[in-house]
Ligand binder design. Structure first.
Ligand SMILES: C[S@@+](CC[C@H](N)C(=O)[O-])C[C@H]1O[C@@H](n2cnc3c(N)ncnc32)[C@H](O)[C@@H]1O
Length: 309
């Protein structure tokens, strides 16, 4: 989006008219969702909901003109609407987001779909769920919503992210069935899990500077940076998954564009079997699904909460 001169809105202008002006302004600045963004920012500035805006569209924006100008100016500097509002919807659930967490993306819902396709028939069992690199807790909460008997653990190396994830678990009513642990991948974990998901950082370090400013300047680099080749986190995950995944469990990892074959090889080399991959709505291979190689093996003793049954 381009830089604009300071914005001024006349407090006497009707809400609907301002909404149209904002939509045009955002579209001209390059927004792909200008109408929706205009509505969301206007509602936030006026402290009203969509229904109020429809019902009382002729009312002047009044004393909120200055706040509106501030929100729009932030958007024109590439700050995503979810960051401005501090909220993001994922899998139909409302999440709090902060600068410490990745803004959860619709693409990541592909992982939830992949889990449901692989193990959804067991949704009434007391399954143990692990989300490695939980960020806002979006995947963990979406899975707990779909597996009502499940217990979940979210892990993140960022303490600030862990606080947001714990806040979201509580706000969405999952505090009794979910925990958040701060740590480096599986370092602090013992146990066996039926469902393991991860959306790891997978952008090659040098590519980060070339990303869209909406991402580069607002998502935490800890959530993006996959090391020199983009595969550092996948290597770390491949090395710990065999020790964590139940024999009949399923592991689902998010993929960056074109990473499927290489991630598949890493998982196979670690002793897992790749079952399938799943595409997102744009047709991009977005999730890889793996299981343990069938074998009889002795597993270590486990914590009481996530213990072997
Ligand atoms: C791409 S974000 C995914 C966040 C969330 N799961 C989602 O899908 O929206 C990756 C997450 O992994 C976390 N992370 C990075 N390195 C980690 C590590 N060594 N151990 C645990 N978490 C890590 C980051 O802090 C970040 O929250």
């Amino acid at each position: 989006m381009t830089q604009n001169p300071p914005l001024v809105f006349d407090p006497a202008t009707p809400r609907q008219q301002v909404q149209r002006q904002l939509s045009d302004l955002l579209a001209t600045a390059g927004s792909q969702a200008a109408m929706t963004e205009a509505r969301m920012l206007l509602c936030a500035a006026l402290h009203i909901d969509h229904a109020d805006l429809l019902r009382e569209g002729e009312r002047p924006i009044g004393a909120h003109a200055e706040r509106l100008a501030d929100l729009i100016a932030r958007r024109l500097k590439h700050e995503p609407v979810s960051r401005i509002l501090g909220r993001r919807e994922f899998w139909g659930l409302d999440f709090s987001v902060s600068p410490a967490v990745l803004d959860p993306r619709p693409d990541t819902e592909t992982l939830v779909e992949a889990v449901l396709a692989a193990i959804g028939s067991r949704r009434d069992e007391r399954l143990r769920v692990l989300d490695l690199g939980t960020g806002s807790g979006a995947l963990l909460c979406a899975l707990l919503a779909n597996f009502p008997g499940g217990f979940g653990l979210g892990v993140d190396v960022s303490e600030a992210a862990c606080k947001i994830a714990a806040k979201n678990l509580a706000a969405l009513g999952f505090a009794q069935r979910g925990q958040v642990v701060c740590g480096d991948w599986a370092e602090a974990l013992r146990g066996s899990f039926d469902i393991i998901v991860s959306n790891p950082p997978y952008i090659a370090h040098a590519e980060i500077a070339t990303l869209d400013p909406n991402v580069r300047d607002y998502d935490p680099h800890l959530a993006l940076d996959g090391g020199d080749d983009g595969y550092a986190a996948y290597r770390a995950l491949a090395s710990v998954l065999p020790g964590l995944l139940a024999q009949d469990g399923v592991a689902v990892l998010e993929l960056g564009i074109g990473q499927g074959p290489c991630v598949g090889k890493l998982l196979q080399a670690a002793g897992l079997v790749v079952m399938t991959t799943r595409r997102d709505l744009a047709g991009i291979e977005r999730a890889i699904v793996a299981k343990m190689r069938p074998q009889d093996e002795c597993r270590p003793s486990l914590s009481p909460f996530f213990g072997e049954r």
